[in-house]
Design a protein around this ligand. Sequence first.
Ligand SMILES: NC(=O)C1=CN([C@@H]2O[C@H](COP(=O)(O)OP(=O)(O)OC[C@H]3O[C@@H](n4cnc5c(N)ncnc54)[C@H](OP(=O)(O)O)[C@@H]3O)[C@@H](O)[C@H]2O)C=CC1
Ligand SMILES: CC(=O)C(=O)O
Ligand SMILES: [Mg+2]
Length: 535
Amino acid sequence: MQKRCLAILEDGTLNKSVSFSKEEREKLGLRGLLPYSVETQDTQVQRVMDGIRRKGFDIERYILLSSLQERDERLFYKVAIDHIEEIMPLIYTPTVGQASKEFSHIFRSPKGFYITPDDKGDIETILENWPENDIRIIVITDGQRILGLGDLGANGMGIPIGKLALYTACAGIPPHQALPVMLDVGTNNEELLSDPLYLGYPHKRLEGQAYLELVEEFVQAVQKKYPRALIQFEDFLTPNAYGLLNTYRDRILSFNDDIQGTAAVALAGVYASSRITGRSFVDSKVMFLGAGSAATGIADLMVAAFVNEGLSLEEARKRLWFVDSEGLVVASRTDLRSHNLPYAHEAIQSNFIDAIDSVQPHILIGATGAPGTFTQEVIERMSVLNEHPVIFALSNPTSKAECTAEQAYTWSNGKAIFSSGSPFGNVNYNGKVFRPGQGNNAYIFPGLGLGAIIANASIIPDELFLVAAKTLAQLVTDENLQEGALYPRLTEIRRLSIEIAIAVAEKAYKMKIARDEKPSNLKKYIEEYIYHPNY
Ligand SMILES: NC(=O)C1=CN([C@@H]2O[C@H](COP(=O)(O)OP(=O)(O)OC[C@H]3O[C@@H](n4cnc5c(N)ncnc54)[C@H](OP(=O)(O)O)[C@@H]3O)[C@@H](O)[C@H]2O)C=CC1
Ligand SMILES: CC(=O)C(=O)O
Ligand SMILES: [Mg+2]
């Protein structure tokens, strides 16, 4: 039955508030319930933007937008799409980091699905409580490594909500086909456990076999109720991130965004940097600060890319060097994890600066969660070694960046080609304005996910991340590079995501991992599928 009267204004998927026409007001029983004026959606967008700009703090802007998402979903997405450069830092990194830290204090409505150890044996049943029947994208976290902020327990739900808002804003996934999931297995964060307002499962984390069984039960329940859904694993602590990736990557439509999405965005940036440095990709030597899931994911995809260009596995790995908190990752170390071993070269263990001097990398990629680790000395050494040192400070949120954009340009005398995980504004250095690009998986996952679900791929092999990286790199214009950016402007993100989706879907058909038939006009098919927030 069609909703009427207040019920329609209270349903965020139907509400368009003062944009209901006189006829609609008459028909839907809305006369008297709204002020006189009938406004266009654009005028409403303007009012929202005025409200956002009037707020004193970004967290207040986040709360305003979060309430709007509940109250009037189409207006929320219209605002996000039309003002993506201003809105993305509010609904995503860096503000989503603060919002996640404070999630239990600013909570208003659940916006997603919660699973705790108490639900063991019942996940299939409780999933029936979710009202939608055609979920295509799930972002799930257990909250143990939220950005570079550590274990935030159930407060980490801010991340799946934010990532899925980007799926819709950046790639047009219909919001009703997206499901944010919090696998709330507890937290080891004492501050949260002693917070009377903490909303999560108030126990130490479930671990080991019991944890894995809960994930498996969830995956099976999803396979049954939503067999077409892509599961994106997000912000798991590294051992679980790898464990779950290895369990599910060849079995179901899934990927780990921190390992694989990040890899594709970084690879795209590295490809684009060749057009400034003049050095071909295969001749590049890369040093990573941080040897966890993000950095290793990038290295693994780079190896695949090098091998595609004709290098042997051994030659490919030799171009990639890691430094972690114990120094250079070398073969003689006994403290390494299995994902580090392919990159533990025969060399003498040394500190970061000495490692830069001995390895002489062209590209430096930070994924540490440790702010300030790209010191003046680091940037200066890179600048002595390179005409244009390529510097990625990927850690999020902004407070965790290895260095700021301004530091990179200043310490390199304007020579650095800089990208960061969280956005920095333009920097004026000696009269030249630099626009740092945002090396964030947000350039990849929306388009990649869209392509995968359009083809209804059975799995997401490396080839799909490689094609996504190549496509993104090709979409970087000379103008972007002249501004100093290795990525296109965010204002282009919907177009970019569709291009990435087309390339990814094409590859899936070619690899025969698509479970749906290829439409006769793929681009048109995608364009018809995607969500537009206009009333
Ligand atoms: N821009 C983007 O798109 C993305 C950014 N990230 C960011 O990357 C960061 C790391 O994530 P992830 O890889 O999952 O985390 P991990 O915990 O897996 O890895 C962190 C790594 O950094 C090392 N490290 C920590 N402190 C230092 C230090 N002072 N000097 C040298 N090495 C250090 C750790 O070494 P050790 O183990 O020895 O302590 C570890 O190897 C996060 O801040 C996250 O936000 C992640 C995904 C995407
Ligand atoms: C961007 C992202 O996925 C992260 O920082 O974890
Ligand atoms: Mg992440």
